[in-house]
Design a protein around this ligand. Structure first.
Ligand SMILES: [Zn+2]
Length: 261
């Protein structure tokens, strides 16, 4: 039983009892932490406003016999106010928080995942292209959580992939180059060589860098489809944040005044 300090991104916060909140925090040194913030929903609480979802804070926590730790102090470091200005930025930030929440184990530090998440929130807050930041960070988080195939070698000929289109089998994690392409592969399982190269580059580059060229058009569509199919395969249930993001995409595609159902 002890007090400890960490820097955390608040992934989730939900009301608890009259004035408390149940939090899912992602700590730089302690990994994912379930915690309660007592009295946080009272306006006079010193914790009020310090622990909103998708913000970065320095906290002191008490770890006792309960599985829930208690936040005793919190000091907001970055609020990322510009993320909520735009639905696509907000949607992708929620997806990344969900990925960490759903796929990373409790109380296991992952310093690189922390850097990826924090840097992605920073990049979104700087109004960078939301899908490019989200996909880059999302694929990296999947890989760090151990849910990612080897994106470089063909499962058919065992060589480095140098021809497209590439067929990806999400269920088995197998990839096939353009030459070995299985007959059974569906068009929606394919990505272009350009998309694969972007993915390989993202996974090998510095985890805190988001200044690469944006992915747009067909590449964005292919990589988004692939990312969410992988995510669905690993989480086995659609994430609310994914539904939110899909609805935004549909709104963006609907013609002005057109049918949006
Ligand atoms: Zn091959």
């Amino acid at each position: 039983m002890a007090l400890y300090q960490d820097q955390v991104v608040t992934l989730k916060a939900r009301p608890y009892r009259d004035h408390d909140a149940l939090l899912t925090l992602f700590g730089r040194r302690h990994g994912k932490i379930a915690a309660v913030a007592r009295g946080v929903r009272r306006s006079k609480s010193k914790l009020a406003g310090q622990l909103h979802p998708l913000t970065f804070s320095a906290v002191t926590l008490y770890h006792g016999r309960s599985s829930l730790d208690t936040v005793t102090e919190a000091d907001l470091q970055k609020g990322f106010p510009r993320i909520a200005e735009d639905l696509a930025r907000l949607g992708w930030a929620m997806v990344l928080a969900d990925v960490v929440d759903q796929l990373l184990p409790e109380r296991e530090a992952s310093a690189e995942s922390f850097v990826v998440l924090l840097s992605a929130l920073d990049a979104l807050n700087q109004r960078r292209h939301a899908a490019s930041v989200g996909l880059r960070a999302g694929f990296r988080l999947l890989a760090l959580a151990g849910f990612s195939p080897d994106w470089s070698v063909c499962s058919g000929c065992s060589r480095a992939i140098n021809s497209g289109p590439i067929t990806v089998d999400v269920a088995t994690g197998e990839l096939y180059c353009g030459v070995c392409r299985p007959e059974s592969g569906r068009p929606q399982d394919r990505i272009s060589l350009g998309s694969l190269r972007s993915l390989q580059y993202w996974l090998n580059d510095y985890p805190n860098k988001f200044d690469q060229a944006d992915v747009k058009g067909q590449m964005e569509e292919e990589l988004k489809r692939l990312f969410f199919r992988y995510l669905l395969h690993e989480t086995a249930k659609p994430l609310k944040s994914y539904e939110f993001l899909s609805n935004i995409d549909r709104l963006a595609e609907a013609p002005e005044g057109g049918d949006r159902t």
